[in-house]
Write a protein that binds this ligand. Structure first.
Ligand SMILES: *[C@@H]1O[C@H](CO)[C@@H](O)[C@H](O)[C@H]1NC(C)=O
Ligand SMILES: *[C@@H]1O[C@H](CO)[C@@H](O)[C@H](O)[C@H]1NC(C)=O
Ligand SMILES: *[C@@H]1O[C@H](CO)[C@@H](O)[C@H](O)[C@H]1NC(C)=O
Ligand SMILES: *[C@@H]1O[C@H](CO)[C@@H](O)[C@H](O)[C@H]1NC(C)=O
Ligand SMILES: *[C@@H]1O[C@H](CO)[C@@H](O)[C@H](O)[C@H]1NC(C)=O
Ligand SMILES: *[C@@H]1O[C@H](CO)[C@@H](O)[C@H](O)[C@H]1NC(C)=O
Ligand SMILES: *[C@@H]1O[C@H](CO)[C@@H](O)[C@H](O)[C@H]1NC(C)=O
Ligand SMILES: *[C@@H]1O[C@H](CO)[C@@H](O)[C@H](O)[C@H]1NC(C)=O
Ligand SMILES: *[C@@H]1O[C@H](CO)[C@@H](O)[C@H](O)[C@H]1NC(C)=O
Ligand SMILES: *[C@@H]1O[C@H](CO)[C@@H](O)[C@H](O)[C@H]1NC(C)=O
Length: 873
């Protein structure tokens, strides 16, 4: 998890540096098919309609797909000349790229009818882990095929090699090993290919990938990130790859010397990503021949600062050097001495972040006088920031976060950095001493000063920085916020002031703010909750002293995460929450909320359709099991514990909550039978119904809970939901700000997440303290993954089933205070993981079995005799 975070951060700082230093040229969208008003071919219209039907929950709005003129339908383009459909773009929204779970469809066989297709984009859809169908190979005119992020699974059919006209092929997935391929021979049938992305595909068994790629003389961009490749070749006799500009083979374990690699002679290369490739040894001398190289990324290898070869200095054209994540150790000054030092200093971007570089920074700039981006975060640098850095008038980004740098930064230092856009000094020992009235010459876009000793006052010299997009000053001992803060930073998209000791109230309304993410958690805010910023997606206000009721209009239609736990909120949950169609995580636990969960019936939209987690424990809520959950099919995590809910657990729970993984209802007043439908919920792995008043017998169906049947179970759905709550924000941030810093959503949610993660590994069935009668289902042994089984304080009778011995993972077993009779099954000696067992207050009789855990329980078991257990020697 943290790796992902750091990776995103590292990648993004590099990206940001690139964007700031080298704004990209406007790119034309590939292969724009001519627009047509031509009339639609009838049989193709029919085919399109069956495609529409096969996408039963399309992530694309297909409402325009009706009427005769299919050429005008959204995503459809026809040929001017022939009227045939030539383009079909059903790309889901970027948000859908990372959403899970929501089944969206299959590829209809009718697709084959569209024989003239030149462009097919099905990316960002959910094909429910099906295989890419063989029919994908049957479009002889296809130029562009994009199946990325579409939850396909398994082998890529060799028929794909029939697409001989292909120019763009994107099969990137979201995770390693969803797709695999055993050879790349078919590539030789695609001589026009320019863009090939197979990132995350399992290519472990592909031999000779370089030669296969070499069959593509037009190839310009090749992405093979994390594909399980293990070999590369030193020399490519005759290279076809004269057009290759981008080569990304990062995150593969080559384990060979970096110098012996075919690509060093690829003079067309402009961008080379070798991050985390386990290359070693010195970089070859002839790297200088890569005349077009603009960007090198050597990260994630095992290089020593002194191993950077001296001939590296010949790279007088190098503009960007990214050596992040390289475990580069040694002294920073020594490394800097090996950088190219030429008459014209072109070096603009230097990224040595996430290494193990120590020592003080060099006292003179050497070749770095022209730097626009200096990123040395996450190292072990010591001493003060040297003077020359403060004279880099072109500097846009200064990132020294997480180092042992010390000393004082004053306005004298900062005043020459007139172009500075990002100031990132958090988690160092630096002190910022700037007079409150100073007006800096720069206009910052981001300031990150986490963990510095800044308080008690908020730094008022930031008042002029009204263009800030990102403000992160968490954990900085700030105790008060002046009123101007909200206005001055009203344009910031991400605000993190969490983990301070800020007192006072929130502004009366936050409507005028642009924030998408706002973390004010773990402070001492009092007063009521205002209207939120209108674009807010993540609002983190937990662990404060907010009181009053939840406003009936939060004014935040895009809200995805709302964390308000551990405050003093009272009153009911307003029905306006129903209109939050994007809501994914709602945590209102540990407040004083009363009333019922709104039923959302009056709301026309499907209410809370995206809700993954609802956490309402430790309030005073009442009413029945919330009926609104019937329209929340994506619910994974439901915690209503420690409230006053009553009534029956509805039977619809089985059909309406198919992905429910955790159901925690302890300490409520639920009654009636546990519905047998609960056994239909495939993902359910944590059931806690303790301390209610359920009656009747334990449903036999419980033993069919398949998520509990596996001994080493890792709930896919639960983990995905968990990843989802941190995932989309990362990605949203990537999309919307192009950079992200370790922080808000993760840090402020860390405890909650840790809890979730813990739970995602825990299989629990707790029905204790109810009024259950009847017997323990005989097949209880099917729940082989159970870690904890608690049926105590009920009126269960009959014998302990023999098959209980099959619960090999069981660590805790409590059957006490029931009316169980008969003998302790000898199979129970097989429960070798058991560390807690309580069978007391039953009417068990016979011999206590011996062996394994029972030996250790000896002392405990003998006391059972006094607790109603009849021991016969
Ligand atoms: C189709 O488009 C052409 C060029 O824009 C136009 O001249 C013609 O009138 C259009 N035909 C129809 C039937 O809309
Ligand atoms: C789909 O698009 C139509 C017209 O563009 C719009 O009226 C409708 O509200 C959209 N539906 C959804 C679910 O977004
Ligand atoms: C998705 O795949 C699963 C497992 O193969 C299957 O049980 C389920 O019915 C599929 N969902 C849909 C909507 O087809
Ligand atoms: C394929 O689709 C993805 C997701 O929509 C997009 O990010 C990517 O740029 C597309 N690939 C190409 C080659 O256009
Ligand atoms: C398509 O590919 C398959 C498998 O690679 C091959 O057997 C078949 O002959 C190809 N069809 C055409 C029309 O090229
Ligand atoms: C990748 O594929 C190979 C061969 O098909 C398989 O042995 C290996 O387990 C796969 N890798 C992962 C991480 O599953
Ligand atoms: C270069 O590409 C052409 C066209 O694909 C191919 O015929 C030739 O064998 C390739 N050369 C090498 C050395 O692979
Ligand atoms: C690159 O070119 C140089 C000189 O032309 C040659 O000596 C060397 O072997 C080539 N290296 C590779 C890896 O092809
Ligand atoms: C910095 O770069 C500019 C061109 O971008 C160049 O004219 C200037 O000489 C460089 N400065 C130094 C100190 O090399
Ligand atoms: C860079 O070159 C200049 C002039 O040749 C020299 O004075 C300076 O010491 C060199 N700097 C480094 C860091 O090698």
């Amino acid at each position: 998890m943290s790796e992902l975070r750091i990776l995103v951060q590292g990648t993004l700082i590099a990206l940001l540096c690139l964007l700031l230093s080298f704004p990209p040229p406007a790119t034309a969208s590939p292969l724009r098919a001519p627009a047509s008003n031509g009339s639609c071919v009838a049989y193709e219209r029919g085919a399109l309609l069956s495609i529409k039907e096969s996408l039963w929950e399309p992530s694309v709005n297909l409402s325009s797909w009706q009427g005769e003129e299919c050429c005008n339908w959204k995503g459809v383009r026809c040929s001017y000349k022939t009227g045939h459909v030539v383009k079909l773009n059903l790309r889901g929204s970027a948000h859908n790229c990372f959403r899970y779970p929501a089944y969206r469809g299959a590829i209809s066989h009718s697709l084959v009818t569209l024989q003239q297709l030149r462009y097919l984009d099905l990316s960002c859809n959910n094909f429910n882990w099906t295989e890419i169908p063989e029919l994908i190979g049957s479009f002889p005119s296809l130029r562009y095929l994009n199946l990325s992020y579409s939850l396909f699974y398994g082998r890529v059919p060799p028929q794909i090699g029939n697409l001989s006209k292909l120019v763009y092929l994107d099969l990137k997935t979201s995770r390693y090993n969803l797709l695999y391929l055993r050879d790349l021979q078919w590539l030789s049938h695609m001589p026009s290919l320019k863009h090939l992305d197979l990132s995350y595909m399992n290519l472990t068994n592909v031999v000779d990938w370089v030669h296969r790629i070499n069959m593509l003389p037009n190839l310009s961009k090749l992405y093979l990130q994390q594909t399980g490749l293990r070999s590369t070749i030193a020399v490519l006799g005759q290279s076809n790859l004269t057009a290759l500009e981008v080569l990304d083979i990062s995150w593969n374990n080559f384990n060979t010397p970096i110098a012996s690699n075919w690509f060093w002679n690829s003079t067309s290369l402009a961008s080379l990503n070798l991050e985390a490739c386990r290359f070693y040894g010195p970089i070859p001398e002839y790297i200088g021949s890569m005349a077009s190289l603009e960007e090198v990324n050597f990260g994630g290898n095992n290089l020593m600062s002194t191993m950077i070869p001296s001939n590296f200095k010949n790279l007088c054209n190098l503009k960007i050097l990214n050596l992040g994540y390289s475990q580069t150790s040694g002294d920073i000054t020594q490394l800097m001495e090996r950088l190219p030092n030429c008459t014209s200093n072109k070096m603009q971007v230097l990224d040595l972040g996430q290494n193990m570089l120590g020592g003080a920074m060099p006292s003179s700039p050497g070749p770095l006088k022209n730097l626009t981006c200096l990123a040395l975060p996450h190292n072990k640098l010591t001493g003060p920031i040297p003077k020359w850095i403060w004279s880099l008038t072109e500097l846009l980004v200064l990132d020294l976060e997480v180092n042992e740098l010390n000393g004082v930064v004053t306005e004298d230092h900062l005043k020459s950095l007139r172009n500075l856009k990002m100031l990132i000094l958090g988690k160092t020992l630096l002190q910022i001493k700037v007079s409150p009235n100073w007006v800096p010459p720069f206009k910052l876009q981001a300031v990150l000063l986490d963990g510095l000793q800044i308080g008690p006052a908020f730094p008022s010299w930031l008042r002029s920085q009204t263009g800030l997009g990102l403000l992160m000053i968490a954990n900085a001992s700030i105790t008060t916020l002046p009123n101007w803060v909200w206005v001055a930073f009203s344009r910031a998209e991400l605000v993190d002031l969490s983990n301070n000791q800020i007192t006072g109230t929130l502004p009366a309304t936050m409507e005028f703010m642009s924030a998408e993410i706002m973390a004010l958690s773990n402070n001492r805010f009092t007063g009521t909750i205002p209207k939120f910023p209108r674009n807010i997606k993540g609002m983190y206000l937990q662990v404060n002293s907010l009181s009053g009721t939840l406003p009936s209009d939060l004014g935040a239609p895009l809200l995805q995460d709302l964390m308000l736990h551990s405050n003093s909120l009272s009153g009911p949950i307003p029905s306006s929450l129903c209109s939050l169609t994007q809501l994914t995580l709602l945590d209102l636990s540990w407040n004083k909320l009363t009333g019922e969960v709104p039923n959302c019936k009056e709301d026309s939209n499907p209410p809370m359709h995206n809700l993954n987690m609802i956490i309402l424990n430790n309030n005073n809520l009442s009413g029945e099991f919330p009926g609104v959950f019937q329209s929340c099919p994506n619910l994974v995590f439901v915690d209503l514990s420690y409230n006053k809910f009553s009534g029956d657990l509805p039977v619809w729970i089985g059909a309406k909550l198919p992905y429910l993984a955790l159901l925690r209802l302890r300490y409520n007043m639920f009654t009636g039978q546990i519905p047998i439908e609960i056994g239909k919920i495939q993902e359910l792995q944590y059931i806690d119904l303790a301390h209610n008043n359920f009656s009747g017998s334990m449903p036999e169906s419980l033993v069919h809970l398949s998520a509990m049947a596996h001994t080493s179970r890792h709930s896919y759905v639960l983990n995905n939901a968990i990843n989802h709550i941190q995932g989309p924000h990362l990605y949203n941030l990537v999309f919307s700000y192009m950079f992200f810093w370790e922080g808000v959503p993760v840090l402020t949610k860390r405890q909650q997440l840790e809890f979730f993660y813990q739970i995602s590994d825990t299989l629990v069935l707790d029905l204790s303290c109810n009024s259950l009668t009847g017997v323990i289902p005989r097949e209880i042994g099917s729940l082989a993954g159970l870690r904890s089984l608690n049926l105590s304080w009920n009126s269960l009778s009959g014998a302990i089933p023999e098959k209980i011995g099959e619960l090999k993972q069981l660590e805790s077993l409590d059957l006490s205070n029931n009316e169980l009779s008969g003998e302790i099954p000898s199979s129970m000696t097989g429960l070798t993981s058991l560390s807690y067992m309580n069978l007391s207050y039953n009417t068990l009789s016979g011999k206590i079995p011996t062996g394994n855990q029972f030996q250790t329980f000896d002392a405990y078991l003998t006391t059972l005799g006094t607790l109603g257990y009849v021991v016969t020697p």
